[in-house]
Design a protein around this ligand. Structure first.
Ligand SMILES: [Fe+2]
Ligand SMILES: [Fe+2]
Length: 378
């Protein structure tokens, strides 16, 4: 399981505390007669109070370099100008992918079954349709026997040029960073208000928000958007933030489902972008070196190029797809976040749209057993 998972919190001090929590809930849990199958649907191992203690314990960190005081990075600053020891060490946890993981992503879609799921899926379709309309984007398939030149294909609207791709990506990433922060904010405020722990959801939501912002910062190194484009972002953010905030107050589950579908679209978009670059239809990006900020963030090789970055971004979007659809399958009020301490790797997330609630329960049990074993082995 270790090979197929990203075990988080492997630093000695983190492992120690995590194992302590695992010890608390491991053996004790075995004697508890209440089980998922024997009780009401609302309660399972994810809802157990002791499980909560394990999930909200020390959180995951990338420990490849020592923690050092991080100097503030001014907006637009080139990260390469910072102390080299701090490279990529000033962000929250995020996966670093193997070459096999980067290629393991599949375009997937979850069929909605209940009313709120259908509503969320249709809202995403509406957003996509509206954005395509405003940005005058039409998905046109290149005729199989076409011998048009790249210039003709671009002129006829069959393919996007690098500037059009970038504009599309920048807009989508500026919006994609909103939901995680709203969810984290509301759960944080609820925890303060009710004076109780959060079941480990806040960090995952914050990590998603930061991850999306890092996508934006990465692509921003390729272009300085116009005042007009920034004004559109401003308006879109004002509307979307408030709508999502109100929606999350009403139905957090439907909101995570909405984000799950939104991320399906993101995976689709980046998959298309990768195909276009590999087919030589975005020659401006074929050999473009990866921005330093991306090399630091995803721990890429120094000679990595933009295509490597886009593969990594697509894998991140796949994580968001999987995590949000899985969270939407849980009871948002009582269940522990099964991904608070580790996440499945891309061989799972890339091929499976989500964990059902029973799978989350099993996954969380495995995490506890793994931590318990680590504590007894050490
Ligand atoms: Fe993104
Ligand atoms: Fe995303």
């Amino acid at each position: 399981m270790l090979q197929h998972s990203i075990l988080v919190g492997v630093a000695p001090q983190i492992t120690k505390r995590a194992c302590y929590n695992a010890l608390l809930v491991g053996p004790a849990r075995l004697n508890i007669s209440r089980s998922f199958s024997a009780c009401a649907r609302r309660y399972n191992d994810l809802t157990d109070r002791q499980a909560t203690a394990a999930a909200v314990g020390p959180h995951k960190h990338n420990t490849s370099s020592p923690s050092l005081p991080v100097t503030a990075v001014s907006p637009g600053a080139d990260v390469s100008h910072q102390n080299t020891a701090n490279h990529g060490d000033w962000v929250l946890f995020h996966p670093v992918y193997t070459p096999e993981e980067l290629k393991a992503v599949e375009v997937l879609h979850r069929e909605a079954t209940c009313f709120s799921d259908k509503l969320a899926a249709n809202l995403v379709k509406l957003c996509r349709w509206g954005y395509d309309l405003v940005s005058r984007y039409k998905h046109k398939t290149i005729p199989p026997d076409s011998n048009m030149t790249l210039e003709q294909l671009r002129k006829e609207g069959y393919v996007l040029d690098d500037k059009q791709w970038l504009q599309r990506i920048l807009f989508l990433e500026s919006i994609a960073g909103v939901p995680g922060m709203v969810a984290a904010t509301l759960r944080h405020l609820q925890s303060l208000r009710l004076m109780r722990r959060d079941n480990g959801w806040i960090h995952t939501c914050l990590e998603e928000a930061e991850n999306e912002r890092m996508h934006l910062m990465t692509f921003m190194t390729l272009r300085n958007p116009s005042i007009f484009f920034r004004a559109i972002i401003l308006g879109a953010q004002g509307v979307f933030y408030n709508l999502f905030f109100l929606s999350y107050l009403i139905s957090p589950r439907a909101c995570h489902r909405f984000v799950g579908h939104l991320e399906e679209e993101a995976v689709l978009t980046y998959t298309k972008c990768i195909k276009e670059i590999e087919a030589g239809r975005v020659p401006e990006w074929s050999d473009l070196p990866a921005p330093q900020i991306a090399i630091d963030y995803w721990r890429l090789e120094p000679e990595a190029n933009l295509l490597d970055v886009i593969y990594a971004v697509r894998s991140d979007e796949t994580t968001h797809r999987f995590v949000n659809h899985s969270l939407a399958n849980l009871d948002v009020k009582t269940d522990v976040n099964p991904f608070a301490l580790r996440e499945p790797d891309m061989h799972v997330k890339g091929k499976k749209i989500a964990f059902e609630r029973t799978e989350s329960e099993q996954y969380f049990k495995e995490t506890r057993e793994m931590l318990h074993k680590m504590s007894t082995d050490s």
